[in-house]
Design a protein around this ligand. Structure first.
Ligand SMILES: Nc1nc2c(c(=O)[nH]1)N[C@H]1C(S)=C(S)[C@@H](COP(=O)(O)OP(=O)(O)OC[C@H]3O[C@@H](n4cnc5c(=O)[nH]c(N)nc54)[C@H](O)[C@@H]3O)O[C@H]1N2
Ligand SMILES: Nc1nc2c(c(=O)[nH]1)N[C@H]1C(S)=C(S)[C@@H](COP(=O)(O)OP(=O)(O)OC[C@H]3O[C@@H](n4cnc5c(=O)[nH]c(N)nc54)[C@H](O)[C@@H]3O)O[C@H]1N2
Ligand SMILES: [Mo]
Length: 761
C-alpha cells in the first residue's frame, strides 16, 4: 500500500497507442512468466483457428486472413498470467495464514502463481489445507443437502467459462432446483441486454466485423479500447482507411482513440500511424443522456422534405412510438443539455454533422454507459439515435455493445441467467425430461443482499472474483461470512479466497491455454465472441498440475454426486465434449448441427433477427422509441462524481503491474485524476495525498473512505474524478444500481475529496 512518502511517478499521457512499445511489453511480460521460447510459441497459437481463444477480451477475430500474430499486448499479458510457471500448493497455505494474505495487494496475490491443488478452509481455522477432490465434492454435496430449500444456494459464473461447461452448469443448477445463477454480466453489460431487449428485441449487438470496417461513421461511447479491446484499434484503422469518421464520447481523451500504430504493419513500427478519432466529445461523467437527447434533437430539427435527415421509411415501417419520442426530444431545453452534458451546442452540432453525412453509422459502447443509474436509458437513447436514420439491420450499421470477458456472451446464450426465458426452461424440460424451477433467481446484487439477510447460505463460483468485483466490501465480507460454505473454482489466487463463508474450498481448474485430456482424447471447447460468432478453442500447453480438473469435469462430477437420482448421464458428458454439443444443438436456438459446423468450418455465426431480416421481437413487434424520464444525479455542494476505471495493466480484479502507461502513471494505483480547477477550488495541489469518501446524496454524510490517494492533475471535466477499480470498490453502495438492470453504478459515485492530514496523520 502506498505511504505518504511514496510518490507515484506521473508523466504526460501518451499521444498514440500500441506500436513497438506494445510488442516489447507483450514479449517482456510473457518471457518473464513462461520463458522466451515457450512464450513465443504460445503467442503464435493465440486466436488461430487451430489454437486457443484469447482469454482476454471478447473482441472478434477476422473470419479470414488471420495474421500469425493475431494478438495484442493485453491478450499476451492474459496468456502469460495463466501460463506462468509459478505454482501454489497446500504448502503455500500452510506457510501463509488468511490474515497474512488479506494484508497483501491484489498484484501480490495474483503473482504467486497457478493454484495447483484443491484446498479447504475448515470452520474456525486460520489456514487452508489440502483436501482430495472426492472429499471436496462430498463436503459440497452434504452442505447442499443440509439446506432448507435449493434457493438457499447460489451459483455464480464469471465470463471465461466455455459454452460446454456453462451449459452443463446451468443444467445442473436447474436440476438441483434453483435459478440462482448470478454472473459477471450482472455487473457488466446487463444494462445493454435489458435496454436492447426492450428496444429491438435482441439483447446482443447487431453488427459484424465487416460492418464495422465498412461503416461511414463510428460513435464510441464510454469505452477505452486501447487498453481493454486493443484489437478493436485494428478494425477502427481499417474503417478509417475506407473513409469512416470516428467520434469518441468520453470524459477522458483516451490514448487508444487518438492515434494507432499497428505493430503488425511497417508503418506501425517506423511511421506515425493512423489518427483515429475525428471528434472527441468530452462529456461529463453521466452526461451522455443529455448529449444523446441533444443529438437526436438536431437530427429531428434539421429534417425537411428537401433535405431529409431522418429515414422516414424505416421509422414508418419498422418503428413504434416515434411521435411521442419526437415531442419529448423537441421539448428538451438546450441550456439544460449543455449544463448536464458539459458540452456546447456547437460541439453537439459537429457530431450531428458527422451523423448526417453518414449513410451507415455504428455505435459502440462499454462500461462508461452501462454502469450508471440511468444506464438502460443511455443505451436506449443510443439505439433510438440510430433508428432515426434507419441504421439498424443494414450492412455497415447497427449497435455494437463491446463485451468484456472472452465468453460472457456465450455463457448467457447457454442459459447462465437468473431470469431465464420461458422458452429456455421449456426447451430444457423437453431435452432432459425434468421440470426446471420457474421462479426467477437472484442477480449479483440480490445475491449479496440475500447472503447478508441470511437467505442464501451457500455460494459456488465458477471462476471470477465475486467479492472483489462487487461494491461495498464491508457489507460483502459480512454477507459471505454468514454462508455455511463458499466454493471458488479458480486458476489464480484472489481476494474471494480470503473473504469466505464459515468453511471454504478452492478448486483449481484448467485454463483456456491448457490441453484438456479426457477419456476419449483431447477435448475442444467453444466460445461466442462479442459479435455472435461461435469459435473453437484448443488448449496447447500441458496442465499446470496433474491435480487440475477441467470445468466440465468439475461440474459433471459434482452433478453426479449431488444428484444421484438424475436420469442424465453426467459423467458420459465428460468422456467426450461432443456429446454436450449434441445436447446444446437440441436445446439452444441457432446451434443445429453444432458438431458438424465446427468440425467443418471451425466457426459459425449465430442468427440475429435484427441484423438478418430487420425482425424486431419486441412487445410491439417493432423497434421501440422510448421516452426517457429526466434523470439528474444529485451532487451535493463541494462533491464530485467519480468513475472507477481500469488501468492498462490489469484484467478486471487481476492487477499485473502498478503502471498505466497510456495515462502516464507509474509505480502506484492509489491515485485520483482531477481537473486543475477542482484541485484549486479544493485547495489541493497535484502530487499531494487525499482521502476519498463516498457521500450519501440525500444527507450529505460520508459513507466509507479510502486513504492516501495521490492527486493527479488530468484532462477531465470539472466536477468529475476518476480512480482505479477494484481498490475503490468499497466506496460504492450495494444499493446504488442501474434502474431495471440492477447493475452497480460503478461509474457515478458521489465523493468528497479531502486533504489526508485532516483525517489521518
Ligand atoms: N486488458 C484488459 N482488457 C479487458 C478488461 C480488463 O480489465 N483489462 N476487462 C474486460 C471487461 S470484463 C470489460 S467489461 C471491458 C471493459 O472495457 P471498458 O468499458 O473500456 O473499461 P473501463 O475501464 O471500465 O472504461 C470505461 C471507459 O468509459 C469512460 N467513462 C466512464 N464514465 C463515463 C460516462 O459517464 N460517460 C462516458 N461517455 N464515458 C465514461 C472511461 O473514461 C473509460 O474510458 O474490457 C474487457 N477487456
Ligand atoms: N468498481 C468497479 N467494479 C467493477 C467494474 C468496474 O468497472 N468498476 N467492472 C465490473 C465488470 S465489467 C466485471 S465483468 C466484473 C468482473 O468480475 P469477475 O469476472 O468475477 O472477476 P475477474 O477479475 O475477471 O476474475 C478473476 C479471477 O478469475 C479466475 N479465473 C481466470 N480464468 C479462469 C478460468 O479459465 N477458469 C476459472 N474457473 N477461473 C478463472 C482467476 O482465479 C482470477 O483470479 O467486475 C465488475 N466490477
Ligand atoms: Mo465486464
Amino acid at each position: 500500500m502506498a505511504n505518504d512518502w511514496q510518490k507515484i511517478k506521473v508523466t504526460d499521457p501518451k499521444q498514440w497507442a500500441a506500436g513497438v512499445p506494445a510488442v516489447v511489453s507483450a514479449y517482456k511480460n510473457v518471457s518473464a512468466k513462461v520463458g522466451p521460447i515457450k512464450g513465443t510459441k504460445l503467442l503464435s497459437q493465440l486466436n488461430q483457428i487451430e489454437g486457443f481463444d484469447c482469454p482476454g477480451c471478447a473482441w472478434p477475430d477476422p473470419l479470414e486472413k488471420r495474421s500469425t500474430f493475431e494478438f495484442c499486448e493485453n491478450g499476451a499479458k492474459a496468456v502469460a498470467d495463466e501460463a506462468t510457471l509459478k505454482r501454489i500448493t497446500a504448502r503455500f497455505f500452510k506457510k501463509h495464514s488468511i490474515e497474512f494474505l488479506k494484508g497483501q495487494s491484489d498484484k501480490w496475490l495474483n503473482n504467486q502463481g497457478r493454484l495447483a491443488e484443491p484446498v479447504v478452509l475448515k470452520p474456525g481455522q486460520t489456514h487452508y489445507e489440502a483436501i482430495s477432490w472426492k472429499a471436496a465434492f462430498t463436503l459440497i454435496s452434504e452442505t447442499l443437502s443440509s439446506l432448507k430449500n435449493p434457493n438457499q444456494a447460489a451459483f455464480y459464473t464469471s465470463g471465461r467459462t466455455s459454452n460446454e461447461a456453462a451449459f452443463l452448469y446451468q443444467l445442473f443448477v436447474r436440476q438441483f432446483g434453483t435459478n440462482n445463477l448470478p454472473d459477471c454480466s450482472n455487473m457488466c453489460h446487463e444494462s445493454s441486454g435489458v435496454a436492447l431487449g426492450e428496444t429491438i428485441g435482441v439483447g446482443k449487438g447487431t453488427v459484424t466485423l465487416a460492418d464495422l470496417e465498412n461503416a461511414d461513421a463510428i460513435f464510441i461511447f464510454g469505452q477505452n479500447p486501447g487498453s481493454n479491446h486493443p484489437r478493436m484499434l485494428g478494425s477502427l484503422q481499417q474503417a478509417k482507411r475506407k473513409g469512416a469518421k470516428i467520434v469518441s464520447i468520453n470524459p477522458l481523451d483516451e490514448t487508444g482513440l487518438k492515434r494507432f500504430k499497428n505493430p503488425q504493419e511497417v508503418d506501425g513500427v517506423i511511421g506515425t500511424g493512423t489518427e483515429l478519432r475525428d471528434l472527441h466529445l468530452q462529456v461529463k461523467v453521466n452526461g451522455d443522456m443529455a448529449l444523446l437527447k441533444g443529438l437526436c434533437r438536431v437530427l429531428i430539427e434539421r429534417d425537411s422534405p428537401q433535405t431529409p435527415t431522418l429515414d422516414h421509411d424505416f421509422i414508418q415501417t419498422y418503428c413504434h412510438g416515434f411521435d411521442d419520442f419526437k415531442n419529448e426530444i423537441l421539448s428538451t431545453d438546450w441550456h439544460q443539455i449543455e449544463v448536464s452534458s458539459g458540452l456546447t451546442q456547437e460541439q453537439i452540432q459537429q457530431a450531428a454533422d458527422i451523423a448526417c453525412a453518414s449513410k451507415k453509422t455504428i455505435c459502440c459502447w462499454a462500461m462508461g454507459m452501462t454502469q450508471h443509474k440511468n444506464a438502460v436509458a443511455n443505451i436506449q437513447l443510443i439505439t433510438n439515435f440510430l433508428m432515426l436514420r434507419g441504421d439498424l439491420g443494414k450492412p455497415g450499421a447497427g449497435v455494437c455493445p463491446v463485451r468484456g470477458h472472452s465468453n460472457v456472451q456465450g455463457d448467457r446464450t447457454m442459459g447462465i441467467w437468473e431470469k431465464p426465458s420461458q422458452s429456455l426452461l421449456d426447451s430444457l424440460a423437453k431435452t432432459f425430461d425434468f421440470t426446471p424451477p420457474q421462479e426467477h433467481g437472484v442477480d449479483a446484487v440480490e445475491c449479496m443482499q440475500a447472503m447478508d439477510d441470511g437467505d442464501i447460505r451457500f455460494l459456488f463460483a465458477l471462476g471470477g472474483n465475486f467479492f472483489r468485483a462487487m461494491p461495498d466490501h464491508d457489507l460483502s465480507e459480512r454477507a459471505l461470512a454468514k454462508c455455511d460454505l463458499t466454493v471458488q473454482v479458480s486458476t489464480k489466487l484472489n481476494r474471494s479466497h480470503l473473504y469466505t463463508g464459515k468453511a471454504a474450498l478452492i478448486l483449481p481448474a484448467l485454463g483456456r491455454t491448457e490441453i484438456d485430456y479426457q477419456k476419449s482424447g483431447i477435448q475442444t471447447v467453444t466460445v461466442e465472441n462479442s459479435m455472435g460468432v461461435i469459435q473453437t478453442s484448443h488448449g496447447k500447453i500441458p496442465p499446470a498440475s496433474s491435480l487440475l480438473k477441467s470445468e466440465v469435469a468439475i461440474v459433471t462430477e459434482l452433478a453426479s454426486k449431488v444428484l444421484p437420482e438424475s436420469k442424465i448421464d453426467w459423467l458420459g458428458f465428460c468422456y467426450d465434449y461432443a456429446r454436450i454439443r449434441d445436447k446444446i444443438a437440441l436445446t439452444i436456438p441457432g446451434f443445429d448441427d453444432f458438431n458438424h459446423k465446427i468440425d467443418t468450418f471451425g466457426e459459425f455465426v449465430l442468427p440475429n433477427p435484427v441484423r438478418d431480416s430487420r425482425t424486431f421481437n419486441t412487445d410491439t413487434g417493432k423497434a421501440n422509441f422510448v421516452v426517457q424520464e429526466k434523470s439528474e444525479l444529485a451532487v451535493p455542494e463541494g462533491c464530485l462524481v467519480l468513475m472507477t476505471i481500469r488501468s492498462h495493466d490489469q484484467f478486471n480484479t487481476t492487477v499485473y503491474t502498478d503502471n498505466d502507461r497510456y495515462r502516464g502513471v507509474y509505480g502506484g494505483r492509489e491515485v485520483v485524476f482531477l481537473n486543475s480547477e477542482d484541485i484549486n477550488r479544493l485547495d489541493l495541489v497535484a502530487g499531494e495525498k487525499v482521502n476519498i469518501s463516498s457521500v450519501d446524496a440525500k444527507s450529505g454524510k460520508s459513507l466509507r473512505t479510502v486513504k492516501q490517494y495521490q492527486v493527479i492533475a488530468y484532462n477531465i471535466p470539472s466536477g468529475c474524478a476518476a480512480a482505479y477499480y477494484p481498490e475503490t470498490n468499497n466506496l460504492i453502495e450495494l444499493g446504488q444500481v442501474a434502474d431495471k438492470s440492477n447493475t452497480p453504478a460503478y461509474k457515478s459515485v458521489i465523493v468528497r475529496i479531502e486533504k489526508t492530514d485532516k483525517k489521518t496523520a
